[in-house]
Design a protein around this ligand. Sequence first.
Ligand code: TYM
Length: 343
Amino acid sequence: PRVVFSGVQPTGIPHLGNFLGALLNWVKLQQDAKPDDQLIFSIAGWHALTLPQDPKALSAARREMMAVLLAIGLDPERSVIFHQDENPHHTDLAWVLSCITPMGKLRRMTTWKSRLATSRNARDESEVDESLLNAGLFTYPVLQAADILAYKATHVPVGEDQQQHLELCRDLADSFNRSYKSKRPLFPLPQHVITPSRRILSLKDPSSKMSKSAPDVNSRILLTDDAAQIKAKIRGAVTDTTVGVTYDPVNRPGAANLLTILAACMDEDVTEVAKRYHGKGHGHLKKDVTEAVQELLKKPRAEFERLKGETDYLSHVSSSGAAKARELSETTMREVRERLGLI
Ligand code: TYM
């Protein structure tokens, strides 16, 4: 049986990249799961703390993320849905793993390298603004590995930006298995489950991915955007001046991104979708993308609006999810402690 694990940070309403690259795939995996497959989805509150957060806003975002996960169709009867910060085994295991993680590996993580780059003084490259860096940012991927390994997950559905973190997780699992040998290896090496829309690009700058933190709000479509907002954002999406539509991610990333979004909404192959737009203009494509995204988000948005006020229900789901999660990871932690001699 498969053990599927994934997570999302409670740092605001998810955007179309999060939805198409990961969350929608979680729902599909839930639909296609065999009866004995285990599905575990977590809201990574500890990870959010690596950047400064306003406590009130974080508390609201945390609750909203739970509402989002239910609104898109995750079923708490079928999947374990919980707040990472409500299961202490994650940080316990993160410590154990950090003691077998070479610093050099963490230094090579692209997310760390880009943080380091932004904290470098523009004039003097060798000078780093230490106040922008913290140990949590550095060890972030170790905690993520612990999230996954605490449940001995075999499959991890995430976008392309998480690939390197997942490779580290596999390395750590392997290195634990080798260091603490027993009859069987303790951790399976988890696989990356990736969708064709593994990397949705910014609508304003197709050289970078759609992200929660980009300053221009028109660069991303949020799960809660209404029909008019979706229309305006797609109308303003950057394409190119070449006549006609072709799927050419290297030379025409803006148009390719719209085709990727359309294909994901229709659950079709992007090259098939692209064929239908030969000889048509960008305006035509944008109109169809607009309608498809409006349709895709209609139900989740309405469900979110309904659920976000249901605070009792949300806290009930959270606490029963956390209880189930703790029960599952308890078994792993007992085995970890046995192998380490901490028993
Ligand atoms: P987060 O919250 O940044 O993103 C959640 C998911 O969305 C995917 N994603 C994208 N996919 C396609 N195109 C994009 N533009 C795009 N932007 C984001 C991400 O790949 C991710 O799957 N560290 C994780 C959360 C986490 C986690 C875990 C994931 C914590 N523990 C354990 C897996 C397993 C994060 O920050 O995701």
